[in-house]
Design a protein around this ligand. Structure first.
Ligand code: BGC
Length: 358
């Protein structure tokens, strides 16, 4: 009898062991960080305003490549510079069950309602490259836009300390253009006060359109009888428009830019454009994808620092990457060294005997 009880007891332990073992495994599965929320389950929606400028094509490609590498699903939409289209793109992405939304907004203010919609569904939002006027965004990931504005104006002032300036700002609907304007004017103000420089014309250009910048440059040159000493232009696309206007009149004066797009690098190599600002895109796209994954997993973004949105007068968390001034003296040691553009492409229009040594 005693033996029988002992056997039953052992049997009970054995059975419970058998039953428990898989249950325990299941519990482990559910809680282990690697399996609980694998990247495969993360779906990122990226609503882009445009892919018109070369840089945005790089953003698109780098973003998709990093999603693949991190084994997350991502879906991209392109709004062709229309706030309405971007809103319906966001609606669709949200319907498709994305866990995190990345927006490169066409219109900083209108995009706030996209943030509201995402938030209502519990979807975190990243403001990509361009700052959205909403204090509900989880993070703003961009380059150091204030520094870009500052560096452009400092460059212009160092090369043309006296004279007539024309300011060609980007789209007024884009905080990048607004922030750059503020920083550029802050740099130029002391020289303006001294009477060393005079801003003879300034304009925000709708959607950063090169053709509008060209028209504005032509009108300004006509109105000022060509007496302009510097065009402080906020991106390379518009710089291209300004350069066309100058070439028609055989004028060669200082022209700034931003983006380090190939056409501008070529213009710099040929001496038509004075400088650009190089903003490496792969680190930006990678940072956004990685932050998106963290937000989807409800992890905190330790590297985010407060940034003041001047329009809202509120601070939001931001990750801002460094930028570099590029002119004809450092093409080799910046964009070419980095592999951002190829030597043969940049110096395509420069005679072989005038190219720097490789
Ligand atoms: C970006 C620039 C770009 C411009 C026009 C800005 O918000 O920061 O890199 O050239 O938009 O698309």
């Amino acid at each position: 009898m005693k033996h029988g009880i002992k056997l039953l007891f052992l049997l009970a332990i054995f059975i419970s062991g058998c039953v428990n073992a898989p249950t325990e495994k299941a519990v482990n599965n559910a809680t282990s960080p690697a399996n609980a929320d694998p990247n495969k389950k993360v779906k990122i929606g990226f609503a882009m305003a445009t892919v018109k400028e070369e840089r945005w094509q790089r953003d698109r490609d780098a973003f998709e490549a990093h999603c693949k590498k991190m084994e997350v699903e991502c879906e991209l939409t392109f709004a062709n510079n229309s706030a309405e289209k971007q809103l319906s793109d966001v609606d669709q992405l949200l319907t498709k069950g994305i866990n995190v939304l990345v927006i490169a907004p066409h219109d900083a203010t209108q995009a706030a309602q996209m943030v509201e919609k995402a938030k209502a569904k519990g979807v975190p939002v990243i403001s990509y490259d361009r700052l959205i006027n909403s204090d509900k965004i989880d993070v703003y990931i961009s380059h150091q836009v204030p520094v870009i504005g500052k560096k452009i104006a400092e460059y212009a002032l160092s090369k043309v300390p006296k004279g007539n300036y024309v300011m060609v700002y980007g789209a007024s609907t884009d905080n990048n253009a607004v922030i750059m304007k503020k920083e550029q004017l802050a740099v130029l103000q002391p020289a303006i006060d001294k009477g060393d420089i005079k801003i003879v014309a300034d304009q925000f250009i709708t959607d950063w359109k090169p053709e509008e910048a060209l028209k504005f440059a032509e009108n300004t040159l006509t109105q000022n009888a060509d007496k302009v000493d510097a065009f402080v232009v906020s991106n390379d696309g518009m710089a291209g428009g300004v350069i066309s206007a100058l070439e028609k009149r055989n004028l060669k004066i200082l022209v700034t830019g931003q983006d380090a797009q190939l056409s501008a690098l070529q213009s710099i190599a040929e001496g038509k454009q004075s400088m650009t600002v190089y903003k490496p895109i792969i680190p930006l796209a990678n940072a956004a994808v990685e932050a998106a994954i963290k937000l989807a997993k409800k992890e905190t973004l330790a590297d985010a620092k407060p940034f003041m949105n001047d329009t809202l007068k509120k601070e939001i968390p931001a990750i801002l990457l460094e930028v570099q001034v590029v002119d004809k003296d450092n093409l080799m040691t910046t964009v070419i060294k980095d592999g951002y553009s190829k030597f043969e492409d940049v110096y395509k229009n420069v005679p072989a005997d005038q190219r720097p040594k490789q």
